[in-house]
Design a protein around this ligand. Structure first.
Ligand SMILES: C[S@@+](CC[C@H](N)C(=O)[O-])C[C@H]1O[C@@H](n2cnc3c(N)ncnc32)[C@H](O)[C@@H]1O
Length: 247
């Protein structure tokens, strides 16, 4: 057992403890995850995801990984774009989230998209094997984010691209203040009322604050070996998408 610690929300925990704690959060929220997303964001998460897919630009025949893909929102947008010659996989570390995702994909006519249990820090793909990798609202939950970014870079082919969609830092002070009030006062209460789980939604707010801001994440992607990394703020920086290319 190591003495190294990391953050789980605002708490410090041993490095090997974080994945277990994150696992408990997603075990608990899986069944109400989609309803809560719509409620918490007033449906805006759908727009963020649509914009992300435009930047990801999956094409016919592409091999795509929807990493930390959970209940499959992004995959449902990607699947029609890659055609029958393309390959799409949802990868996630959590059984409960994947189980909800698999059922949803079947219900929505995308039963040919496999779900695979995997850890973003050690992807089960050969290097230079994929055209696109996207991680949506997943990276902040990963213990070693640099390792995950390096893995995303490793598996991409030349000409490939990675997209990170994640909560970020609001760029206007007044927005940041309102958002803070919302995240720390209201969000855990909505979580308590709807998902019967106040703590997981407090973790959500805390994990967002602990996540690297736009510029830090951009540098991390450059460090991981991506070319021409840039970011685009959405909804005043509440969310940002980062895109990195492999040249
Ligand atoms: C907030 S959900 C996002 C789901 C989906 N991408 C979306 O945008 O709706 C975060 C997901 O990250 C997954 N996750 C956390 N740590 C992970 C890891 N190390 N490797 C793969 N997935 C992980 C969780 O299990 C969870 O399904």
């Amino acid at each position: 057992m190591s003495d190294d610690t990391t953050h789980f929300g605002f708490k410090q925990v041993r490095v090997e403890e974080k994945a277990k704690q994150v696992g408990k959060v997603f075990d608990s929220v899986a069944s109400s995850y989609d309803v809560m997303n719509d409620l918490m964001s007033l449906g805006i998460h759908r727009l963020w995801k649509r914009v992300a897919i435009e930047y990801l630009a999956p094409r016919t025949g592409h091999k795509v990984l929807d990493l930390a893909g959970g209940t499959g929102d992004l995959s449902l947008l990607i699947r029609p774009r890659i055609g029958d010659s393309g390959k799409l996989v949802i990868g996630d570390i959590n059984h409960a989230m994947l189980a909800v995702g698999r059922d949803r994909l079947i219900d929505k006519g995308a039963s040919d998209v496999p779900v695979m249990r995997m850890d973003a820090q050690k992807l089960p793909f050969a290097e230079n094997s994929l055209d696109r990798v996207i991680i949506g609202f997943g990276l902040r939950n990963v213990t070693d984010k640099d390792a995950a970014l390096a893995e995303m870079r490793r598996v991409l082919k030349p000409g490939g691209r990675a997209l990170v969609l994640e909560f970020s830092k609001p760029v206007f002070d007044p927005l940041a203040k309102i958002y803070d009030l919302y995240s720390f006062k209201l969000l855990p209460k909505i979580g308590k009322f709807v998902a019967k789980d106040e703590d997981s939604y407090r973790y959500l707010a805390e994990s967002i604050r602990m996540h690297p801001d736009q510029h830090t994440l951009q540098s991390m992607m450059e460090q991981a070996g991506f070319d021409e990394v840039r970011h685009v703020n959405l909804t005043g920086g509440i969310v940002a998408l980062h895109i990195g290319f492999v040249r």
